[in-house]
Design a protein around this ligand. Structure first.
Ligand code: WTA
Length: 635
């Protein structure tokens, strides 16, 4: 019996029990049988939860890209590794075979080296969803440089703070990018960001939109001529199991974004294993995840997970609404996609449009459909299951996080019976627990609590770049001895998990995690603003939208309120990115505060949600009268 593939429910329970009883044996066998190593590990894992120190496959030597590409070349050299589907359907799709991918990555690796990048250096990648993005990621990993991909929708300020936090030596970008009918001038954003980034020595520029852009002598280089000149083979760097593979920034509830650090071997083993099982991947499948590689979903399940399994993975440059709302279904038909993995916000946006957009397509190639990024509501679940999955494809609602590296709780298709809105059961090796307010583990079923994981798993983030203390505090202090996810969950009568949402100050808008603090800090930078608080409120398409309560300084009170609202939103778009703009801004005279000065967001949340009375106990507030006043002014 292979440990790598779960065949039926009985087999799942057997595997699960084994993974809990004998985690060493379980992971040892999976790692041993399915990857190519330069040197084996001394220990499968070692950890000290108190200090938040974790090691997997200690002292093993490996290169993840050799596992993604080189070892497939004998058997699958001519097989398509990446299908690139451009933004404009009239532009031809590209099919990149494993042989071709090898050459592209080898050339890029040689370019990086010739431009002074060494093992351990940080390289920032700020690219649209074009093949160069996947190639750049793989080339970094091949030479042991640590990639830090920044989603190309972020502003120059967000980009520069990420570059500076990890002291990147190089930025890889493009002249621009296409998204629907928009063209985005990425190089301009990079130029702006780099005014403030002394660590960056070189900028490599891929060509995509062919617009005129500025090239700074001595710093900026067009990528293509360098690739043309570069040697087409490269010996992969030998990496230690625990060498950092990448940094990926995620919003925290407070302060600046956290640079989550993922390391090599554990991440490799876990993403490969989960890709195979959660998507029921088989040799000739064509797998498509619609995420951007700028997010963890793209790292783990567009690039690494699929390529580690020798799969064909689709990279889509565009958006679901361009040229019209049937684009997803057209692409599925065109490439005969077998697994389709997207986000609830996309499903909700499409479900709002005429069902004829999807009905015209049989989608008979599909085998499994998946969801990720936020809770999928019942209506969206059924729409997706009925109209896309045709009630015949299992819908895998996959719960996980940037920090977890890979999928943690999910049905296994054709194995776990699905239940609408439930991520269902933990994958082997994952031990979720629910905790009550007194920090006790809640036993039994039909209970709700804070979701923690009580045993380490291979792909967990190892630290926050440059700030291990923050890592320890954020994830391992709320519930001593356990990893705290920041999510709440309920466990039903058979032990299925349903994720109910964040229990901290992170708000998920269209699948993007937004921390309240950095947005409030930005609003407060506006010269007319004295103080602000933002909360989420339910939104049909985005899941949640942002509602801001803003106190103005005297100087602002005479100003036109709509102009102020626009200025505040422009400031946010500029400093953080357009995703973080507020849907509603209410100007108020005060915010409900506790005697210790803490804003009671619980109350603001209820007001934003349209609750009329029931605000719970407000007698502990410093200024209880403000609650009624804010409620009366609700937008
Ligand atoms: C939320 C994305 C409910 C959750 C992979 C988590 C989900 C956060 C689901 C992580 C799901 C993700 N059901 N909620 N299937 N998947 N979430 O870091 O709140 O971008 O903590 O990673 O998204 O978002 P992140």
């Amino acid at each position: 019996m292979s440990y790598y593939k779960i065949n039926d429910l009985e087999n799942y329970f057997k595997m699960y029990k084994k993974s809990v009883r004998e985690p060493r044996k379980f992971w040892d066998k999976i790692a041993d049988e399915n990857f190519s190593w330069y040197q084996r590990w001394d220990k499968v894992f070692e950890f000290d939860i108190e200090e938040a120190q974790f090691k997997w496959f200690t002292n093993a030597k490996v290169n993840i890209v050799k596992n993604c590409i080189d070892r497939h070349l004998n058997k699958r050299g001519d097989k398509t590794a990446i299908i690139f589907e451009p933004n404009n359907p009239e532009e031809e799709a590209q099919h990149i075979t494993y042989n071709e991918l090898y050459v592209k990555v080898a050339k890029m690796a040689n370019v990086l080296k010739s431009q002074g990048i060494k093992k351990g250096d940080r390289v920032c990648i700020y690219l649209p969803m074009i093949p160069e993005l996947a190639v750049a990621v793989l080339a970094c990993a091949r030479i042991g440089a640590i990639h830090s991909v920044v989603f190309a929708g972020f502003s120059s300020t967000a980009l520069s703070s990420r570059i500076n936090d990890s002291q990147c030596k190089m930025v890889i970008t493009s002249d621009g990018g296409f998204r629907g009918n928009k063209t985005i001038n990425l190089k301009g954003i990079v130029d702006e960001a780099l005014k403030d980034c002394p660590s960056v020595e070189k900028v490599l520029v891929a060509k995509r939109t062919n617009e005129n852009i500025a090239i700074k002598e001595g710093r900026d280089l067009w990528l293509q001529p360098l690739l043309d000149e570069a040697l087409d083979n490269h010996v992969a760097e030998i990496m230690d199991a625990e060498d950092p593979l990448f940094i990926l920034y995620t919003s925290g509830s407070t302060g600046k974004p956290k640079g989550m650090v993922h390391t090599t071997a554990g991440y490799m083993v876990y993403t490969a294993y989960t890709f195979k099982n959660v998507f029921n991947y088989e040799e000739n499948d064509v797998y498509w995840c619609t995420a951007d590689i700028g997010w963890i979903t793209g790292h783990s399940y567009i690039v690494y997970g699929p390529l580690l399994n020798g799969a064909t993975t689709v990279m889509f440059e565009g958006v679901p609404s361009y040229p019209d709302f049937s684009r997803f279904w057209q692409v599925i038909e065109k490439h005969k996609v077998t697994q389709f993995y997207t986000a609830p916000t996309a499903i909700r946006a499409l479900a709002k449009e005429s069902v004829d957009y999807v009905k015209g397509f049989p989608l008979s190639s599909l085998k499994v459909i998946g969801s990720v990024g936020e809770p999928i509501n019942e209506e969206a679940w059924h729409w997706y299951n009925d109209h896309v999955g045709g009630k015949r494809c299992p819908l895998v609602d996959t719960w996980w996080q940037t920090e977890t590296g890979g999928i943690m709780i999910s049905p296994i298709p054709f194995v776990t019976p699905t239940k609408p809105t439930y991520a269902s059961l933990p994958l082997p090796g994952i031990q979720p627990v629910l905790m009550d307010e007194l920090r006790n583990e809640i036993e039994g079923n039909q209970v709700t609590g804070s979701l923690c994981i009580k045993f380490p798993w291979p792909s967990m983030a190892r630290t926050i770049w440059g700030d291990h203390e923050r890592y320890k505090q954020t994830y391992f202090s709320a519930y001593p001895g356990k990893y705290f996810t920041g999510d709440g969950a309920l466990r039903d009568e058979v032990g299925y998990y349903r994720i109910t949402g964040r229990v901290d100050d992170v708000i998920i808008v269209s699948g993007h995690n937004l921390g309240t603090a950095p947005i409030e800090d930005t609003i407060n930078e506006h010269p007319a603003v004295a103080e602000s608080a933002i909360v989420g409120f339910p939104h049909d398409v985005k899941g949640n939208a942002l509602y801001g309560f803003v106190i103005l300084k005297e100087s602002g009170e005479s100003r036109n309120q709509d102009n102020l609202r626009n200025e505040i939103n422009n400031l946010i778009a500029d400093k953080i990115g357009p995703i973080s703009k507020l849907d509603k801004i209410q100007f108020v005279n005060g915010l409900p505060k506790t005697r210790s000065g803490k804003i009671m967001r619980r109350i603001l949340r209820k007001i934003a949600e349209g609750e009329d009375g029931n605000f719970g106990d407000i007698t502990t507030l410093l200024n209880p009268e403000i609650v009624e006043e804010i409620k009366n002014g609700k937008l």
